[in-house]
Design a binder for this molecule. Structure first.
Ligand SMILES: [Fe+2]
Ligand SMILES: [Fe+2]
Length: 280
């Protein structure tokens, strides 16, 4: 693609712009000129309201990509499809597994997609499920399944799958990121980076053949990371040559503070309503 790509953060946990609402969730609008892709849909309440408040028409969306099946990324899916009419929805086949959060001393809570596949299809979703990378528009690639390379990026035991009456560990193989090819190199949009920030970036270098990554925008899921994981993450970052790390959603205060200390002005704390434009 040649021209400009625009990325608008539609939904995030944080907001300081009047007229927008915050919720625990994430959604980005990616406009390439060729296609307008909604990457994640927030938890449900904010995505349409924020689009309208920003003067955007949800009917401009021509495709949806899901970073994974958690409800804070898929909760707006039905409403969007009902507004747009039939729409391709790209995701990993495990996106529909029965996802739960199980905390010690608490009852398991369902945190998967709030509707069945059939209900969503009735609303207009046309699913394209793949474990492999998929090109959604020229230079815009959904990563496919991400190989986990770093032991320090273990997935929280709170994430479970209900299978055969048991709550088993959910390895979240459905976790994917979006790669946008810019003139400065690959830009990475993260959902929650459940595969691990460093594993995800390593996977993307392999996939693209690039030697560095221009920028990362999105949720890093470092909010519960202990000092050891934070230290290993920060130690691993320089080899990617990042110009910007724009973190939000599940990054958390402590990780944000540590990343800012390590990266200085290359670290930006993101929020709903922010827009980014890059030459591509
Ligand atoms: Fe998640
Ligand atoms: Fe999330």
């Amino acid at each position: 693609m040649a021209g400009t790509v625009e990325i608008i953060n539609l939904v995030d946990n944080t907001v300081t712009t009047r007229g927008l609402i915050a919720e625990h969730g994430l959604a980005f609008l990616v406009r390439t000129g060729e296609r307008t892709i909604l990457f994640d849909t927030g938890a449900g309440g904010a995505v349409v309201q924020n689009m309208l408040s920003l003067g955007l028409d949800p009917r401009e969306i021509t495709a949806i990509a899901l970073s994974h099946g958690h409800d804070d990324h898929t909760g707006g899916l039905k409403k969007i499809c009902e507004i747009t009419g039939p729409l391709p929805v790209y995701a990993h086949p495990d996106v529909f597994t029965a996802k739960y959060r199980l905390r010690e001393g608490e009852k398991a809570r369902y945190i998967g997609i709030p509707w069945s596949r059939a209900e969503l299809e009735t609303s207009g979703a046309i699913f394209h499920l793949s474990r492999q990378p998929v090109e959604l528009a020229g230079g815009v690639i959904l990563t496919g399944e991400i190989r986990r390379r770093q032991a320090f990026e273990a997935i929280s035991k709170e994430f479970r799958l209900l299978a055969g009456g048991e709550y088993l560990q959910d390895s979240l193989w459905d976790d994917q990121s979006l790669i946008i090819t810019t003139r400065e190199g690959p830009l990475v949009l993260l959902g929650c980076a459940h595969s691990g920030l460093i594993s995800t970036l390593e996977h993307i270098l392999d996939l693209t053949g690039a030697s560095r990554i221009f920028a990362v925008i999105g949720g890093t899921h470092l909010k519960d990371a202990g000092p050891e994981r934070l230290e290993e993450t920060i130690k691993s970052l320089p080899r990617f040559g990042l110009q910007y790390l724009v973190a939000c959603h599940c990054t958390g205060f402590r990780a944000s503070a540590s990343l800012y200390q390590a990266l200085g002005d290359k670290f930006i704390y993101n929020e709903a309503g922010r827009a980014f434009r890059f030459a591509c």
